[in-house]
Design a protein around this ligand. Structure first.
Ligand code: HGY
Ligand code: MN
Ligand code: MN
Length: 411
């Protein structure tokens, strides 16, 4: 396998896909069920077909390509990642794993070596949860974990539900239930992904072999106060939603620091209503994203948040509600495949190390129920979820070669 050819193919496809972007010049934004998502999905179908895959789009908007093996009854090997992005993100997060899967299919096809098992490449829809605050939509649909009620419940910042967005995208929402796959027909799932953190880049290591992916809980918290005149309302007569909310928000980072164990907690979104310079805030909405490889840490921080919300609201008459948008357990990945991949890194002379993933991925959802492994490649300066996100195409090509060989081993 020629590393330069693989790297050039990956670069060409990622650069082409990067133009399907709602914020050109300000990073990459490709939210689910949008024009940009449609453009990327259609381009991926062409790439998959050119690589010799049989392509279809499932009822959740996942794009699926199959390289048929000699025994279609044998459980398949699946490689994939997501094709949506965060807002103003990078061009590698997700799509690097999809384009790598297509490249592996091309190599398998060109080698002419007979495959016993189907080799499947999946571009998952809406892994990030950026538009609806959730996450892992496409992979959870494949697992049969999405309900019609979910489609109506989750809405974007403009109040559009997943259900309505799916209709606009040309899908029939009720059919999302048909996206569920027979998991007995899948032997293993492998996801190549950029590390999105600093470890591999700082250690100058080529390959990260992910042992564990942290658990995540996400909430949208709403604090209800009362709009009043900022000048005439005495301080002891106010029901100031910002005062109550900020007492809680300011404590969350230290609660995570106290936990250690790689625990992190983030408030990435805050909205104040009505939002006037001279109006006491009537409402504050904010998100929390809490992660740890130990669920007890997450649950403990959630309990502290509820306690503090009670205290802060009792002090000034405000009230609060807390909407759970995502709860997913930590997952340990497949030791057998990790060991095989270590051997391949040695065979090729790639440096490698085992690593924990602080980022969730489709592998986090799929790894709960199927044999799963992740292969990380270095992120320059550890940056991701921002326009500065960068990974060397050659590093992705190295990961392609070891996953390609693993696919042959697992026949
Ligand atoms: O948020 C994450 O961990 C991932 O990028 N979806
Ligand atoms: Mn991401
Ligand atoms: Mn990702």
């Amino acid at each position: 396998m020629n590393i330069d050819t693989i790297a050039n193919n990956i670069q060409r496809n990622l650069e082409k896909l990067s133009i399907f972007n709602a914020t050109p010049g300000e990073g990459c934004t490709r939210l689910p069920f949008t024009k940009e998502a449609r453009q990327a999905a259609d381009y991926l179908k062409i790439c998959m077909a050119n690589a010799g895959l049989k392509v279809h789009e499932d009822q959740a908007g996942n794009v699926i390509g199959v390289l048929e093996g000699e025994d279609p009854e044998a459980p398949a090997l699946v490689v994939g990642s997501h094709f949506d992005t965060v807002i103003n993100g990078g061009i590698f997060d997700g799509l690097a794993g999809v384009v790598a899967g297509i490249e592996i299919a091309r190599l398998l096809k060109e080698s002419g070596k007979p495959l016993k098992r189907n080799f499947v490449v999946i571009a998952f829809n809406d892994e990030e949860g950026m538009r609806f605050g959730t996450g892992y939509f496409g992979s959870k649909a494949m697992l049969g974990q999405i309900t019609i009620e979910d489609l109506h419940r989750y809405k974007d910042k403009d109040g559009i539900s997943v259900y309505e967005a799916m209709q606009e995208y040309g899908l029939v929402p009720e059919q999302v239930l048909d996206a569920k796959q027979d998991l007995s027909k899948i032997k293993a799932f492998i996801e190549l992904h950029i590390e999105q953190g600093p470890v591999l880049y700082q250690n100058k290591v080529d390959i990260g072999l992910v042992e564990c992916i942290v658990g995540i809980q996400r909430y949208l918290i709403t604090v209800h106060g009362r709009a009043d005149h900022a000048g005439t309302t005495p301080m002891d007569m106010r029901i100031d939603a910002v005062e109550a909310a900020t007492k809680v928000i300011s404590k969350i980072p230290d609660w995570a620091r106290e936990k250690g164990d790689g625990t992190v907690a983030t408030t990435g979104f805050i909205k104040v209503l009505p939002g006037g310079v001279n109006i006491v805030a009537e409402q504050v909405q904010f998100t929390v994203d809490i992660r740890s490889r130990n669920n007890d840490n997450i649950n403990d921080i959630v309990a502290k948040i509820k306690e503090e919300l009670d205290k802060a609201c009792k002090a000034n008459g405000a009230s609060w509600e807390m909407d759970n948008k995502l709860t997913i357990d930590p997952v340990n990945l497949n030791e057998n495949m990790l060991t095989l991949l270590e051997q391949k890194c040695q065979d090729y002379g790639y440096s490698y190390q085992r690593i924990i993933s602080g980022a969730g991925h489709d592998a986090l959802a799929i790894g709960q129920v199927l044999d799963t492994v992740m292969v990380f490649v270095p992120s320059k300066d550890g940056r991701s979820h921002c326009p500065a996100e960068w990974t060397e195409y050659k590093d992705i090509a190295k990961a392609v070669t070891i996953i390609h060989d693993l696919i042959l081993d697992l026949q």
